[in-house]
Design a binder for this molecule. Structure first.
Ligand code: PEP
Length: 251
């Protein structure tokens, strides 16, 4: 069951500067996405230090702001962490949790990711929980086992709040590589995730399922037309206003 409106989220990763971001955001505002992409909810996720700038630039418009991570803690002696209440206070709406780069470079476990999702929800943020397999795991026919395990931690941890999350399927081998999962490959995993969510809780059938991994203007429409693909999490192409706007319009 696909959601009525697609959700298209830009993950800027560790890119940008105040002037580069201002130009990018101006480009997105000029694209007038609420009119030109009426079937998409849109958000951008800049690095933490630029969140306040992005919220200010996008104030009152249709584009929401998300962070790329959140602490499991609400406050305290946790050097380098950023807490949910701080993000909420700024006007941040979404937070990405468990991106494969954080799982890989920061050794984030399935349980830590699930705990971050729970912390985000408890502070009024919508977590975008990323799951995805590596190339070796896909080749070993482990895709469902891996994404199923990653999702299960979230199901077990959130209980009834499961319905409030967004899930992003991002095959690690497709992130930043130019290799996109075919629409059929992506749809198959999305259908599996949808079935797992629905088996856990009937209402969780409506959890938006985003696809991420080298989504570009020329492949977005076909991916978004799949039955269980409710939008996209966009890395590289979200750094160019024209490309990101074209992807939102493809919804
Ligand atoms: C991402 O990192 O979330 C991502 C999907 O990146 P890209 O679009 O560049 O593959």
């Amino acid at each position: 069951m696909a959601a009525m409106k697609k959700l298209v989220v830009g993950n800027w990763k560790m890119h940008g500067s105040r002037s580069v971001n201002a130009e990018l955001l101006q480009g997105l505002l000029a694209a007038d996405l609420s009119t030109s992409a009426p079937r998409a909810d849109v958000a951008v996720c800049p690095p933490f230090v630029y969140l306040a700038d992005a919220v200010a630039a996008l104030q009152g418009g249709a584009i929401a702001v998300g962070s790329q991570d959140v602490s499991v803690q609400a406050q305290g002696a946790f050097t380098g962490e950023v807490a949910g209440p701080m993000l909420r206070e700024l006007g941040v709406r979404y937070t990405i949790v468990g991106h494969s780069e954080r799982r890989t470079y920061h050794a984030e476990s399935d349980q830590l990711v699930a705990d971050k999702a729970r912390a985000a929800l408890s502070h009024g943020l919508v977590p975008i929980v990323c799951v995805g397999e590596t190339l070796a795991e896909r080749e070993a026919d482990q895709t469902e086992a891996v994404v199923g395990r990653q999702l299960q931690a979230v199901i077990d941890t959130l209980g009834a709040d499961l319905v409030r999350v967004v899930v992003a399927y991002e095959p690690v081998w497709a992130i930043g590589t130019g290799k996109t999962a075919s629409p059929e490959q992506a749809q198959a995993v999305h259908a599996f995730l949808r079935a797992r969510l629905t088996a856990a809780q009937a209402d969780a059938a409506r959890v938006p399922l985003l696809y991420g991994g080298s989504v570009k203007p020329d492949n977005a429409a076909e991916l978004f037309s799949q039955a269980d693909i409710d939008g996209g999490l966009i890395g590289g192409a979200s750094l160019k206003a024209a490309d990101f706007a074209a992807i939102a319009r493809a919804a």
